[in-house]
Design a protein around this ligand. Structure first.
Ligand code: NCD
Length: 437
């Protein structure tokens, strides 16, 4: 038998141990994992001792497209993800037009077919009017407490919030919260730390009541936490709320206000970068394994927009390509373990999304292969994202993704993303099929 692809001379990470292994892939799936795979293969790749991780998942990206294609397209955004070793991502709904109706979500899904380098789940803003139809196409909803105008209800009104979700409450539905309370400090950037604290308190308080009434249904996910106190608050509430997770971004772990001074608009982001003291404590919490997920919050903007003064430029950092290298660099520095990287970029995201990306015979071949010895100097101009800007400009990292495999196909090798290889699937389609059958 001749199979499609054989990965030779690799290492698998199994419970903190690196185990030599070869992987045989055929028809998009892993068919053999063994010390030596004897089958002949059309293509053989010598991994030279590189480590094979299950395909990594980024639960927070803004792929733009639609009328914001001048910032990023589905093609360039998913190329950036592939370059960063990400095999699957959740797209955020603050597009133009926003994905806050069934019609727009259908359009988003239909337009994505055949254009994706990695798998994508398209999320939506919940809508009082369309919620029952939206759940036939997505199970990931976003509520942005700093931009409530995307919604057709007031999320600061507990009754209205409960009304929307009581119609669809189920343990497969994820609600992701951007927790910055505009009532606290007004909506202008940068919102104070107290805006995060206030929103998180409001959300947790609502969740406890809602979950009690609805038997623990819904998965609640707090996006981009920036304060150690927020982490503590969420950890305390995990006892009461079983499906509660939080995410942190690499920029909040590694950059502080000081970088805003240096990189100006390029480092402008929401929530804003905090003091170096806060950042260091957040990193300590993360390195202790207290934060569930790392996500990039990849939020690209055009060069001309970011050339504006920091007060006028739009907030957002294009982080899809730098997330994994920055974490691998922390592994090489001894700050975190590779197992933690796998936990925060694979295990917990997959659990949140209900995905099976583990490496086993019979699984779909979504793989992220990393070279822990290679160095890479981060330069905006080398990014696949249309936004050629990064506040990590000039930083040299040790440890990079060397190959990204999606649905059995190599989409990136040695930092080259194959423009014509687009095996990415729209995850929403799986749900559509499930609903139809
Ligand atoms: C996001 C974007 O640009 O879409 N920007 C960001 O700084 N995170 C939107 C947002 O969440 O503010």
């Amino acid at each position: 038998m001749t199979i499609d692809l054989k990965l030779e001379n690799g290492k698998l990470l199994i419970e903190d141990q690196l185990v030599p292994a070869e992987i045989g892939i055929d028809n998009g799936s892993i068919i053999k994992i063994s010390r030596i795979v004897h089958e002949h293969a059309d293509e053989r790749v010598d991994l030279k001792g590189n480590i094979v991780l299950p395909g990594l998942v980024d639960v927070h990206v803004h792929l733009r497209d639609f009328k914001l294609s001048y910032k990023e397209t589905l093609e360039t955004g998913t190329m950036a993800l592939a370059a960063g070793g990400v095999t699957c991502a959740v797209d955020m709904p603050n597009t133009l037009p926003p994905v806050n109706s069934y019609r727009t979500l259908v359009k988003r899904i239909d337009e994505a077919k055949g254009r994706l380098h990695v798998n994508v789940l398209f999320s939506a803003f919940p809508s009082k009017r369309d919620i029952l139809k939206l759940v036939t196409l997505t199970y990931f909803f976003k509520i942005d407490f700093s931009r409530t105008y995307f919604l057709d209800f007031n999320p600061y009104n507990e009754r209205e919030l409960s009304e929307v979700f009581s119609k669809v409450s189920s343990e497969t539905i994820v609600v992701a919260f951007h927790a910055e309370d505009t009532r606290e400090t007004g909506g202008s950037w940068p919102m104070k730390a107290s805006a995060e604290t206030s929103a998180v308190k409001y959300i947790l308080n609502w969740l406890v009541k809602f979950m009690n009434q609805h038997d623990g249904a819904l998965k609640a996910h707090i996006c981009h936490v920036t304060l150690p106190s927020t982490v503590k608050l969420i950890l305390e509430n995990k006892r009461k709320l079983k499906n509660l997770t939080m995410e942190v971004t690499p920029h909040h772990l590694l950059l502080s206000k000081r970088h805003l001074g240096k990189f100006k608009s390029v480092a402008k982001v929401t929530p804003p970068l905090r003091s170096s003291h806060t950042r260091r404590r957040l990193l300590r919490y993360f390195s202790k394994g207290l934060i569930d997920i790392v996500a990039s919050d990849h939020a690209p903007h055009a060069l001309t927009e970011k050339a504006e003064d920091v007060t006028k430029a739009p907030p957002g950092i294009a982080g899809a390509e730098t997330m994994l290298p920055l974490l691998l660099n922390l592994v090489n520095k001894g700050v975190i373990s590779l197992s933690l990287v796998k936990r925060v970029l694979h295990d917990a995201p997959c659990k949140l999304l209900g995905l099976k990306h583990d490496i086993y015979e019979g699984s779909r071949a979504h793989l992220t292969i990393v070279d822990m010895k290679a160095r890479w100097k981060i330069r905006g101009e080398d990014l696949y994202s249309m936004s050629k800007l990064t506040p990590f400009e000039g930083v040299t990292v040790k440890g990079i993704p060397s190959i990204t495999i999606v649905n059995g196909m190599i989409v990136m090798r040695d930092r080259v993303v194959y423009e014509n290889v687009k095996p990415g699937e729209v995850i929403n389609e799986w749900r559509r099929k499930d609903t139809v059958s």
